[in-house]
Design a protein around this ligand. Structure first.
Ligand SMILES: C[C@H](O)[C@H](O)[C@H]1CNC2=NC(N)=NC(=O)C2=N1
Length: 89
């Protein structure tokens, strides 16, 4: 297994699915999820690496992959960590 995937496998609550890293965050309130997405969007712009985001009422699913390379990269692992940190901030 690649180094990146080994790192990905150690992340809390993140599911490794092929070349994708996925996690669903569940919020009590709809606008809490929206605020989380907004903050993560600021991060994504700052590093020019953007996750797929699916909002289903109070559940927000974040999927990281590097589409230009069609594979999981260190940027995706960093993005997953950043998403968890955004939640704590
Ligand atoms: C030019 C720009 O940096 C690229 O198009 C970036 C933008 N954000 C990106 N985000 C992700 N997830 N994968 C990419 O390959 C990617 N490419």
């Amino acid at each position: 297994m690649s180094d990146v995937k080994e790192q990905a496998g150690k992340l809390d609550g993140w599911e490794l699915d092929g070349e994708k890293l996925k996690k669903t965050y569940r919020f009590d309130k709809y606008l809490d999820g929206i605020q989380f997405v907004s903050k993560l969007g600021v991060y994504a712009e700052s590093v020019q690496h953007h996750p797929d985001i699916s909002i289903n009422h109070t559940n927000v699913t974040i999927t990281w992959t590097t589409f230009s390379k069609k594979e999981l990269t260190e940027k995706d692992v960093a993005g997953a960590k950043a998403a968890d940190n955004v939640l704590k901030a």
